[in-house]
Write a protein that binds this ligand. Structure first.
Ligand code: NDP
Ligand code: HEM
Length: 531
């Protein structure tokens, strides 16, 4: 090149240019040719047709035609920001991940979201909230793809697409749950393992007041491995430093559709940086077996929590969000969070829903953003070492690893880090026969929902719950679904079911012992042949 720059430098300058101010740029077509004005379409005479040679116009329109990428199939409406995490209380006794050693910190990107609605939908929907973080650790990116609730609607991943379809628009009427809740209650009343999540969703935490005032939970059990190769099960809790704040159903109707986006953006813009404390609950494998033996809580069951009293929270660090995206699409919409991204020392458990998610996210990212999505600046790891591997080419290969060999070469060898953990010490042998009914309903499924109703909530919270559920049920077109759902609520509490019957004017089933479910075996069936 005339000024002595090599092509690589020119490319890097180009990347830096993306943040230049408008005043420092010159109007040009996508191939860099200066153009006098954006509104100058070429036409034959005063009233003639346009000219195909007008590359400027073709360039403009054809790029516009391709502006949209698929929105996320779930969690399409979201808000995000950048910040940093720091370890305040090292966890090195339990976990060898570099990020949990004393004094470690890393840059992060967060994206919060609702679940069911489309990209333009209302921020104040009664819906769980997504709570996704990308920790750019010195050992690669760790994506924490959490929700604001500690449990989920299901424990068999095969149900996820069915459940989500009931949260979307009806295929015939094209109406959403806001106008017609029939699909919603049809699904829930056939899949009672959803009850714990339904309680939380219909309770006070069902509509957080923006994203700054909610907690995040891994929900799933993870595994932490230390330097000696010992491991424990773990759950993560992110507790808001701003305090929990929710909206009532009535308050939510008065808010703008972008309430959470505005709240997060302007808090950061005004220097009021939101923060969260990061905690772990941990459990040894033996404690996990005892928990199953004594309380029938399976650590791989996403519909259950670990009781705080038995498994106290241990603080490890905190994070803050202190920087808005300069460009929402580039830095938030194109961000790809994948629960399979974990640094050494953090491993997935055998939770079947988590195991399925490990596949589903990178699969959708390749579809939604493209096969080289990891090369986009927001997704690219920032490690102190240069990353080398043998992935090459594909669409938009921005960073194609230059002239380095694309195979394991002995002529130009790549270096390797020593193994930090012996895999055989952390992965037991999983044996046994195939089991397909992951969701069978047991009496223990109702203990945690009952604790919420009887112990955690006050009278005001109970009243609001009844009003939220009965209000929601008022647009359900099938009384049978409501009768079944009241039967499920009766297993939680007679008091709850009685109040709901009064509020809806519908007499429900007296429990689930005589119900059959199309979504699961009924382990509480009176007639064992009627499961
Ligand atoms: P505790 O009885 O020790 O504490 C109750 C917890 O309930 C609080 O710590 C708070 O969680 C959470 N909570 C308070 N209000 C609500 C609400 N409106 N909706 C949902 N959760 C609320 O907890 P236990 O461990 O004995 O569990 C009791 C119940 O608390 C469970 O059945 C579960 O539904 C709920 N819960 C439990 C969590 C856990 O990991 N053990 C986590 C969250 C909820 P937080 O401190 O996280 O804000
Ligand atoms: C987003 C699948 C359960 C949290 C997504 C996306 C898919 C998906 C395909 C879109 C991702 C993208 O386009 O980038 C699934 C499947 C599940 C499941 C198949 C169960 C079988 C869960 C659970 C949680 C969760 C249990 C929380 C504990 C999230 C979050 C996002 C998301 C936070 C948004 C991430 C972002 O902001 O980009 N999920 N999901 N999901 N999911 Fe799940």
């Amino acid at each position: 090149a005339p000024d002595g720059k090599r092509n690589g430098d020119i490319y890097r300058d180009y990347i830096d240019d993306r943040n230049a101010a408008s005043e420092d740029t010159l109007y040009a077509t996508s191939n860099g040719v200066p153009y006098p004005h954006p509104y100058e379409s070429q036409r034959v005479g005063e009233n003639g047709p346009l000219l195909l040679q007008d590359f400027h116009l073709v360039d403009l329109l054809s790029h516009f035609d391709r502006e949209r990428i698929p929105e996320r199939v779930v969690h399409a409406k979201g808000s995000g920001a950048h910040g940093y995490y720091k370890t305040t209380d090292p966890l090195d006794d339990l976990c060898l991940a570099d990020i949990f050693q004393a004094g470690k910190e890393c840059p992060i990107t967060a994206r919060f979201s609702t679940v069911g609605g489309e990209s333009g939908s209302h921020d104040c929907a009664r819906d769980p909230r997504g709570f996704a973080l990308k920790f750019r650790t010195e050992e690669g990116n760790w994506d924490l793809v959490f929700n604001n609730t500690p449990v989920f609607f299901l424990r068999d991943p095969a149900k996820f697409p069915h459940f989500i379809h009931t949260q979307k628009r009806d295929p015939a009427t094209h109406l959403s749950g806001a106008d017609d809740s029939t699909m919603f209650w049809d699904y829930l009343s056939q899949n009672p393992e959803s009850i714990h999540q339904v309680m939380i969703l219909m309770g006070d935490r069902g509509i957080p007041d923006g994203y700054r005032h909610m907690n995040g939970y891994s929900g799933h059990t993870l595994k932490l491995v230390n330097k000696k190769g010992e491991w424990v099960y773990a759950q993560m809790h992110m507790k808001t430093k701003q305090g929990i704040k929710n909206l009532t159903q009535e308050e939510s109707m008065t808010k703008s559709p972008d309430h959470s986006q505005k709240d997060l953006y302007y808090a950061i813009e005004n220097g009021d940086y939101p923060g969260w404390d990061v905690y772990f609950q941990t459990m040894t494998p033996q404690e996990a077996e005892d928990l199953w033996e004594n309380e029938k809580i399976n650590v791989f069951d996403l519909t259950h929590v670990w009781p705080h009293a038995k498994f106290p929270l241990r603080k490890v660090g905190e994070f803050y969000l202190n920087e808005n995206a300069k460009n929402y699409f580039a830095e938030i919409e194109q961000a790809c969070f994948n629960p399979a991204h974990m640094p050494p020392g953090i491993e997935p458990s055998a939770d079947p829903v988590l195991q399925s998610r490990l596949f589903s996210y990178p699969d959708t990212h390749r579809h939604r953003v493209g096969s080289n999505y990891q090369q986009l600046p927001v997704n690219a790891p920032r490690t102190p070492y240069r990353i080398g591997n043998f992935q090459r080419d594909g669409q938009m290969a921005f960073y194609n690893q230059g002239s380095r060999p694309n195979y394991l070469s002995s002529i130009a060898p790549i270096s390797f880090r020593n193994r930090t953990v012996d895999l055989s010490s952390t992965h037991g042998h999983f044996i046994g026969n195939a089991v397909t009914f992951l969701s069978e309903i047991r009496p223990e499924d109702f203990n945690a929902p009952r604790a919420l109703w009887e112990r955690v909530w006050d009278e005001g919270a109970r009243e609001r719950f009844i009003s939220n559920v009965s209000g929601h049920m008022s647009t359900c077109r099938k009384e049978e679904c409501i009768k079944r759902q009241i039967g499920i609520f009766r297993e939680v509490s007679d008091d709850l079911a009685n109040r709901l019957e009064k509020a809806t004017g519908i007499k429900g089933y007296p429990g689930i012992s005589d119900l059959r479910f199309n979504g699961t075996h009924n382990g509480m069936a009176r007639d064992k042949n009627n499961r």
